[in-house]
Design a protein around this ligand. Structure first.
Ligand SMILES: Cc1cc2nc3c(=O)[nH]c(=O)nc-3n(C[C@H](O)[C@H](O)[C@H](O)COP(=O)(O)OP(=O)(O)OC[C@H]3O[C@@H](n4cnc5c(N)ncnc54)[C@H](O)[C@@H]3O)c2cc1C
Length: 224
């Protein structure tokens, strides 16, 4: 199998604006996808109205997997072969410059262009396991797997990572040099307010027997 083209290597995905934030390594593409929990998938309906759907997802090798309801008009459009655009954005920090204009965000972002395909049979079940394991590592081994009825209500789609782009911004503000020597604006606090991924203490629901403790695989999410 041929390796997929590097991120940003097609005319449509080549970074033009602030190209220094564009990253062409496939490892970076995989790293962002593996770190995110939510993707946004674009779909245009029959009246040409665009919609952007937030979805849970997982990466499986060179594919992004996501699922929806077979009753969803928008998902049916994707399964029918509408071109789409999927993004994953990780916010790493707020960047406070001395001016509003130069204030920014630190982020890792991925964009994938293509046409999704609908999965079936064991391949679909494997994809559902991948999505569960990506979001809830360790859970697939313990939870009840989808019944035939639940499977019938679920549409699982795969989007190949063949036309992608990655943009990553790191570092501090890029201030206008004049602001750094201005008697007023040079006195303003500037820098980065980092944003972390921080799971809180799990809260059991009212149906969980009191003797059932939080499984070790869940407590690990807080520290990994
Ligand atoms: C959290 C966050 C906040 C942002 N806030 C703003 C904002 O307020 N204003 C603003 O102008 N820009 C913002 N950006 C950057 C914005 O997403 C675009 O990258 C930027 O506007 C340039 O778009 P363009 O189409 O002119 O870039 P181009 O360089 O012409 O885009 C060329 C190609 O690069 C790829 N690409 C573009 N943007 C991204 C991306 N973000 N992630 C992955 N691939 C990408 C696409 O494949 C695109 O076709 C933000 C990005 C993030 C992640």
């Amino acid at each position: 199998m041929n390796a997929a083209p590097a991120p940003g290597s097609t005319d449509r995905t080549k970074g033009r604006r602030i190209p220094e934030n564009s990253v062409t390594e496939t490892a970076a593409l995989h790293g962002v996808l593996d770190a995110g929990l939510v993707a946004h998938v674009a779909v245009v309906d029959e009246s040409a109205q665009p919609y952007v759907l937030p979805v849970a997802y997982a990466r499986r090798g060179g594919q992004v997997l996501f699922h929806g309801s077979t009753g969803s008009r928008l998902f049916r459009g994707l399964a029918a072969g509408q071109p789409t655009c999927l993004t994953v954005t990780l916010l790493d920090g707020l960047v406070l410059a001395r001016s509003a204009f130069e204030s920014s965000m630190n982020y890792r972002a991925v964009m994938v262009l293509g046409i999704a395909t609908q999965l079936a049979g064991d391949d679909e079940l494997d994809a559902l396991a991948c999505i569960t394991e990506h979001l809830l590592p360790g859970r697939w081994a313990q939870c009840r797997h989808p019944s035939a009825k639940e499977r019938a209500a679920t549409m699982t789609l795969a989007l190949d990572l063949t036309e992608c782009s990655v943009k990553i911004r790191t570092g501090g503000p890029d201030d206008d040099p004049a602001d750094l020597v201005d008697p007023i604006y040079s006195q303003i606090w500037a820098g980065v307010v980092p944003i972390g991924k921080d799971f809180q203490t799990p809260v059991a629901d009212e149906h969980t027997p009191s003797h059932v403790e939080v499984p070790e695989y869940i407590t690990r999410w807080r520290t990994s």
